[in-house]
Design a protein around this ligand. Structure first.
Ligand SMILES: C[S@@+](CC[C@H](N)C(=O)[O-])C[C@H]1O[C@@H](n2cnc3c(N)ncnc32)[C@H](O)[C@@H]1O
Length: 268
């Protein structure tokens, strides 16, 4: 996903004690997989260029896939055929036309108050510039407790929030309502293996029990490390939309909504 020049540029942001060497590429894969439109990072450093670069890559992929999907749909319909498995499996295979009806112009806001001298947050802008990514990140140099009103006006709902600062509880209490209720992700670093973090997990788990349907939660532990060794992935599900095209057995229903979306996406 990233070339040698990228790795060389971001190496100066890698702080071994921050423990995000595996997390940063994992976050970029989450971006590749979930294609968020609004991303918020709290606690900048090594992870910032991975998120920014992944969003750029996804935007390029979406543009290319959208053009190729429209072309394959038009070509298929021009032969007088209905949508079918030949259409589905032709490149770009499996693509859902509805996803491509909205343009993909991701926004990425990164917050850091530069309060930790050992963090590499202060060097992030320089590295982003060297990678040509400066205009892809809106940086807010402020304490997270003061930054809700500093977010861009149209910055909601948030599809992916990544919190790597000592403020996970505050963030959950004051920003959860901004997370997309249709599957938005809140990922928090290092809560599993120290008392305050475990208390936050306990608090969120109690909310999960008290409000059925509100969220899904999974913890990922790096068992070979003593500190900075986990991710908590929380998915907000309070207004999840069904995205099932398939009938029982996995057979697709090519008529109805799918056909309408495919025709619209192909400009028919
Ligand atoms: C552990 S470091 C982030 C590491 C970074 N994600 C990485 O991969 O290198 C935590 C960062 O959060 C910032 N920070 C700590 N408390 C904060 C707060 N209340 N508001 C905003 N930023 C904060 C610090 O300045 C520091 O840069």
């Amino acid at each position: 996903m990233f070339d040698a020049a990228f790795h060389a540029a971001v190496e100066k942001l890698r702080v071994p004690a921050a423990g995000t060497d595996v997390v940063a590429p994992l976050l970029s894969s989450v971006v590749q997989m979930t294609r968020p439109r609004r991303v918020l990072e709290v606690g900048m450093g090594y992870t910032t260029p991975y998120l920014a670069a992944a969003l750029v890559q996804v935007a390029e992929q979406v543009r290319a896939e959208s053009a190729a999907l429209a072309a394959k749909t038009a070509q298929h319909l021009d032969t007088g055929r209905k949508l079918d498995t030949d259409w589905l499996y032709a490149d770009p295979a499996l693509r859902a036309p509805g996803f491509y009806l909205d343009s993909y112009q991701p926004q990425f806001v990164a917050v850091d108050d530069l309060s930790i001298p050992d963090s590499s947050a202060g060097q992030v802008l320089e590295v982003l510039a060297s990678l040509g990514l400066s205009d892809r990140v809106q940086v807010i140099n402020a304490n997270i407790r003061e930054c809700r009103e500093l977010l861009p006006e149209d910055f909601a709902p948030i599809d992916l929030a990544w919190v790597d600062a000592w403020e996970c509880l505050y963030f959950f209490d004051h920003f959860w309502d901004l997370i997309n209720p249709d599957g938005g992700l809140l990922i928090m670093h290092y809560l599993m293996t120290y008392p305050e973090g475990e208390a936050i997990l306990d608090y969120i788990t109690k909310i999960q029990r008290a409000r059925p349907g509100e969220l899904e939660l999974v913890n990922l532990l790096e068992p070979h490390k003593m500190l900075q060794n986990s991710l908590t992935v929380i998915r907000r599900t309070s207004a999840g939309k069904a995205r099932s095209f398939a009938r029982p057995g996995g057979r697709l229903d090519f008529d109805g909504e799918l056909r309408r979306e495919a025709e619209t996406q192909a400009g028919r």
